[in-house]
Write a protein that binds this ligand. Structure first.
Ligand SMILES: *[C@@H]1O[C@H](CO)[C@@H](O)[C@H](O)[C@H]1NC(C)=O
Ligand SMILES: *[C@@H]1O[C@H](CO)[C@@H](O)[C@H](O)[C@H]1NC(C)=O
Ligand SMILES: *[C@@H]1O[C@H](CO)[C@@H](O)[C@H](O)[C@H]1NC(C)=O
Ligand SMILES: *[C@@H]1O[C@H](CO)[C@@H](O)[C@H](O)[C@H]1NC(C)=O
Ligand SMILES: *[C@@H]1O[C@H](CO)[C@@H](O)[C@H](O)[C@H]1NC(C)=O
Length: 502
């Protein structure tokens, strides 16, 4: 234990000398224990087998029949769905593995409706907050569009659900749900607190926040983001991993890097102030991404796989959560995370100082400078955090896990329905063929790339039990504590620097 502490003293240099009084050491010990306990508790038992569902030839399943896109069924100029895709699911293996811990948040996100259940009336009331409605009856999907939404978002989200149906045919239960494909959460708790307020409608969306009740679902980029040339996640991750090998961590630029569209949030505009200038060097290098220009240049300068060139990468939210998170974390660079307000489905089990370094929203430039300098002084530790962040992303977001998360969320949701879903009169049947056959270019290419070609050979993982409320509180408390400690180091670092100057 003494060695351990000595090691830690070497690693965390700031303000710790002052701490070496008996009581302070005790407090520090406590802090270590809390981190250790937390890390242990959060240790994620993952099971991710064949990530590459779309190429069974890579595994032992060369005898599995593949069902490519079958665009030959056109009747009266309308694409119809083929009827030869299996409608039942016959896994070869009957054993299942436990899902990762972050799946536990599924219970938390549905808790609001646990005792009341979900009525048809609740869903009707949620329509003004939604872009579309998805109904599954007997394994077939039907969509009713209320608003055009953001084009590829809605279409690729539905595409993802269609792939889930192909992966586990006959397993996804009948359901009726609303989807919102914009940025900010829609269902705010405060609107349902008045004495006469109705119960909140369940609405699926890509992100949530403390003040909202949106049910968090994987975003469209797992199947590709056609407008900006970002391929499906599996292909993108492979490219990032390959690109990453080009520059070893030690040889990467010893600065914090960010590239994106700053105009979508005050925090991003604020980040621009930390860029290198005649007056200051905050160890930050930020670049504006002008999508219109990038499109004009064929995206040559916006390739994500060419952006693992710096030892540190900044994550800062956009209008809400940002899909950039997983690409940033995937680089093996230490992620400097500007305190997020929103969460997506996988981010709630990430731990500060284990997967990323926390940065205050209010104190960005100073915190960033300190973090980068610390990392350059402690390259081994910085690399460890960088690698742990990437490992988390790679393992937790293996497509198998993404599909299993969707499966369990939909399954748990359907258990809450108090009515038998029926096909809405204005809804249209959708399948891979109706979604992809008439598309062109990247849109079509990404759909073909991310298509599930055969049913799974194994069952979904088993959903872990809900968190105890106390466990959630304990993890939040621990997170606050670690973050506070890092902030204190930053504050002390700046105090010392300023003292020296005077
Ligand atoms: C073909 O489609 C047109 C327009 O949607 C419709 O009016 C017509 O009845 C259809 N014909 C057949 C044979 O289904
Ligand atoms: C396409 O679907 C039709 C109808 O389900 C089927 O008869 C045909 O064999 C399929 N074609 C291919 C290439 O799988
Ligand atoms: C609650 O509803 C009742 C009956 O509809 C109405 O008289 C009352 O004003 C409402 N109260 C509030 C706070 O809206
Ligand atoms: C930040 O500074 C770098 C280096 O001077 C420069 O190339 C870049 O354009 C700057 N970024 C912004 C957004 O101004
Ligand atoms: C990094 O090391 C230098 C030289 O030893 C030291 O002056 C500086 O305070 C250190 N900074 C941090 C953040 O560890």
């Amino acid at each position: 234990m003494a060695d351990h502490v000595k090691h830690f003293h070497g690693v965390w240099p700031h303000g710790l000398k002052g701490l070496v009084s008996a009581t302070a050491t005790l407090i520090f010990f406590f802090f270590l224990v809390v981190i250790a306990a937390l890390l242990n508790w959060m240790d994620i038992k993952t099971s991710f087998g064949q990530a590459i569902l779309t190429s069974p030839s890579a595994g032992i399943h060369h005898d599995r029949i593949e069902y490519p896109l079958n665009c030959s069924n056109v009747h009266n100029l309308t694409q119809t769905c083929p009827d030869d895709y299996p409608s039942v699911f016959e896994p070869e293996e009957s054993t299942t593995e436990a899902c990762p811990d972050y799946f536990r948040w599924i219970h938390q996100d549905l808790k609001q409706w646990k005792s009341s259940g979900i009525t048809e009336d609740m869903i009707e009331r949620g329509i003004p907050s939604a872009d579309s409605r998805l109904v599954i009856v007997d394994g077939n999907a039907y969509v009713e569009k209320y608003r055009p939404g953001f084009q590829t978002r809605g279409a690729f989200t539905i595409w993802g659900i269609l792939q889930l149906l192909r992966l586990y045919p006959g397993r996804v239960p009948d359901l009726d749900l609303l989807f919102f494909s914009g940025d900010r959460p829609q269902i705010m708790k405060r609107d349902y607190k008045r004495p006469n307020a109705t119960s909140p409608p369940p609405v699926f969306h890509y992100c949530g926040e403390k003040a909202a009740l949106d049910i968090v679902f994987p975003d469209w980029t797992f199947w590709g983001w056609a407008e900006v040339n970002i391929p499906p996640w599996e292909q993108m991750l492979r490219a990032i991993k390959k690109g990453m090998e080009k520059v070893k961590w030690e040889n990467r630029q010893p600065y914090a890097y960010w590239k994106g569209n700053p105009r979508v949030s005050a925090d991003r505009i604020d980040l621009l102030k930390c860029n290198l200038s005649d007056k200051n060097d905050w160890n930050v290098r930020v670049y504006k991404k002008d999508w219109r220009k990038e499109i004009g240049q064929g995206f040559q300068n916006s390739k994500l796989e060419d952006q693992c060139t710096h030892r540190y990468k900044i994550y800062v939210e956009g209008a809400a959560w940002s899909v950039s998170e997983k690409y940033i974390l995937a680089c093996n660079s230490m992620t400097l995370m500007v305190k997020p307000r929103y969460y997506d489905f996988f981010s709630r089990t990430m731990v500060p100082m284990r997967h990323y370094w926390p940065i205050r929203r209010r104190n960005k430039c100073r915190d960033l400078k300190f973090a980068v300098e610390w990392g350059n002084n402690h390259t081994r530790e910085a690399q460890t955090i960088g690698k742990a962040g990437s490992k988390y992303i790679e393992e937790m977001l293996a497509m198998r896990n993404v599909y299993d998360y969707m499966f369990h969320l939909l399954n748990e949701y359907s258990k809450l329905l108090k009515f038998k879903p029926t096909i809405p009169p204005k809804a249209q049947r959708v399948c891979a063929e109706t979604a992809a056959c008439s598309e062109k270019g990247l849109w079509k290419e990404f759909m073909v790339q991310s298509m599930v070609k055969s049913p799974s050979d194994k069952l979904p993982c088993t959903l872990p039990a809900p968190y105890e409320p106390r466990a959630i509180q304990a993890s939040l408390d621990a997170e606050v504590k670690i973050t506070k400690q890092v902030e204190t180091w930053g504050t002390e670092y700046w105090k010392k620097r300023n003292d020296k100057k005077q």
